[in-house]
Structure formats: structure tokens, C-alpha cells
Design a protein around this ligand. Structure first.
Ligand code: F6P
Length: 320
């Protein structure tokens, strides 16, 4: 292939810029031309496409967000939207596309693949909920941002002998709550992948209070319920001096971690290696620290993401 394009789509994630940089620079290194598509699939359909040079992706590896901007564009789920997108790609003479994003973005890449258009997906979402990879770009930074906030909440919880219920993003997955929760020494982690018993949690808080523990930190993944709903349930079991903290979109911003920058660079580099060889219909990932490429149809239709639930069991056995 001689001319490829790249887009970022769905919720932005720290490290997306490092992937855009890696794709652009590697493609230019290989003698290819690279086009950036603004605003994800919305920009693709609208033809908001520009050529990227080496300097266009300079000074971005350290920045959060995405310099290509992003959008949620449900219209791309329709055949009409997909065909319009392919028409634009052909108009610009673009022979292959790199899509960086989460679940919705991957489904767009799957649709393009089914239309026979060479596409490679790079998993980029803070949620870490994409099949075919152990980690997605942005998950590490987002988990660290949550951790930093929870460490601060612990200070004030201890001063006032309070229970903090911390609601975190993750859509239907519990990975952020789980990893940040373990790292913060959270007393309880409530995730969609495991049922919880409110009476058991209340008993656990009472017991730890009895032995003089001053703070209590409960991580609640948004996929289970809101922090406020959890507080309402807990307060029916007693008075635990509860406060709710919703971390929200703050978790999506900020400079990417070392891990995310390196992961994004590896994914971007690999995606271009594949397109260079004329290979599309794939998504890149990391399995046991090795960069892999998998069939995107098989990945999305037959595989599921599973968080590391040994962390959940472990946390219950080491934090009380
Ligand atoms: O997928 C990333 C994510 O931040 C989820 O964790 C969250 O549920 C959702 O996006 C929020 O979407 P929006 O930015 O459109 O409100």
C-alpha cells in the first residue's frame, strides 16, 4: 500500500496521540503517504481528511486527548454511512485505514472489513473492554488518575472517619475500578462481573470500624449503578458517614503514562507493518506482553473481554 489513513473515534483516551504519531511516522518511514481523518467516522463521511507530515505529529506524544479529535457517530452503523465512508476513502486514493478506538469504533472497522475495505483496529479506550487484547490504550493512565484521586480521598476519609463511595467510569466493564481499587487498598470493589451483597459490605465496614479503622473506600464501577444509588442502598444498613465522589470525565484526560505511550507506539507501528504487507481485516493487541494481530471478525463475533478476576478475590482476602 502506498497511501493509508488514520482516525480516532469514540471516547478519547490518553495515548491516542502516541498511536497517531507512531502510525504516521512509521508509514512515512516505509515510504507511504498518511492522511488524518478528523472527528472519527463523522469526519470520514464528511470528507474531513488532510495529509499528515512528520511535523504534524511532533510534540504530541505527551498530550492527552486526540489531535485528530473524536466523535460518537451512530450513523456509521448504517450501510449508507459505511458506503459513504468508503467512497470518501476511494476519492482520496486511500488504500487502507487504521481505526483507533473502543467498542463502537471496532464495529465500524468490522463493517468496513465486511465491505472488503482493508482496515486495522487499534484498541484505544480507558475501559479496557475490548476482546483480543489484555490492555487497551488509555487504561493505564486512567487507572493511575483514579488512584491519585482515591489516595486523596483516603486522607479526608481518615480525618473524618467517613466511608467514601467512589464512582468510576468503565462502561460495562469493571477493569478500572478493579485495578485502581486494588492499588488504592479499597475496602470493597463493586464491579459488573461479580455480584455483591450489601449486608456483607455493611458488616465488613462495621467490623473494621470496631478495630479502629478510620477510613472506608468503596469503588463502584458505573456499569453496576451510580455512586448515589449505592449510597442509598448502604445507608439502609446503617450510618456509615457516607460520602459519594463521582470522578467522571476527569479520568479520560491528562498526559499518558509510560506504559500507554509505549503500548500505543507498539500498536501503531504494528498496524502499519500489517497494512504495508497488504493485510487488513485485523486488530492489534497485546497478549502476555507480546504484540499480536487477530482477525477482527472472529475477535468481535466470538471473543469476549474478561477482567482479571483473581484481583477481585485477592482484594477481598487482603483488604479488611
Ligand atoms: O468509553 C469510554 C467512556 O469514558 C466510558 O467509560 C463512559 O461510560 C463513556 O465513555 C462516557 O461517554 P461520553 O463521553 O460520551 O459521555
Amino acid at each position: 500500500m502506498k497511501r493509508i489513513a488514520i482516525l480516532t473515534s469514540g471516547g478519547d483516551a490518553p495515548g491516542m496521540n502516541a498511536a497517531v504519531r507512531a502510525v504516521t511516522r512509521k508509514a512515512i518511514y516505509e515510504g507511504m503517504e498518511v492522511y488524518g481523518i478528523n472527528y472519527g467516522y463523522a469526519g470520514l463521511v464528511a470528507g474531513d481528511i488532510r495529509k499528515l507530515d512528520v511535523s504534524d505529529v511532533g510534540d504530541i506524544i505527551q498530550r492527552g486527548g486526540t489531535v485528530l479529535y473524536s466523535a460518537r457517530y451512530p450513523e456509521f452503523a448504517t450501510e449508507e454511512g459505511q458506503l459513504k465512508g468508503i467512497e470518501q476513502l476511494k476519492k482520496f486514493g486511500i488504500e487502507g485505514l487504521v481505526v483507533i478506538g473502543g467498542d463502537g469504533s471496532y464495529h465500524g472497522a468490522l463493517a468496513l472489513t465486511k465491505h472488503g475495505y482493508p482496515t486495522v483496529g487499534i484498541p484505544g479506550t480507558i475501559d479496557n473492554d475490548i476482546p483480543g487484547t489484555d490492555y487497551t490504550i488509555g487504561f493505564d493512565t486512567a487507572s493511575n488518575t483514579v488512584l491519585e484521586a482515591v489516595d486523596k480521598l483516603r486522607d479526608t476519609a481518615t480525618s473524618h472517619v467517613r466511608t467514601f463511595i467512589i464512582e468510576v467510569m468503565g462502561r460495562d466493564a469493571g477493569d478500572i475500578a478493579l485495578w485502581a481499587g486494588v492499588a488504592a487498598g479499597a475496602d470493597y470493589i463493586v464491579i459488573p462481573e461479580r455480584e455483591f451483597d450489601i449486608k456483607e459490605i455493611a458488616a465488613k465496614i462495621s467490623k473494621s470500624r470496631e478495630r479502629g479503622k478510620r477510613h472506608c473506600l468503596i469503588m463502584v464501577a458505573e456499569g453496576v449503578m451510580s455512586g448515589q444509588e449505592f449510597k442509598d442502598l448502604l445507608s439502609q444498613e446503617g450510618d456509615f458517614h457516607e460520602r459519594v465522589s463521582v470522578l467522571g470525565h476527569v479520568v479520560r484526560g491528562g498526559a499518558p503514562s509510560v506504559r500507554d505511550r509505549v503500548l500505543a507506539s507498539k500498536f501503531g507501528w504494528k498496524a502499519v507493518e500489517l497494512l504495508k504487507e497488504g493485510k487488513g481485516g485485523l486488530c492489534v493487541g497485546i497478549r502476555n506482553e507480546e504484540i499480536i494481530a487477530s482477525d477482527i471478525i472472529d475477535t468481535l463475533e466470538n471473543q469476549k473481554h474478561h477482567p482479571d478476576l483473581t484481583l477481585y478475590t485477592m482484594n477481598n482476602e487482603i483488604t479488611f
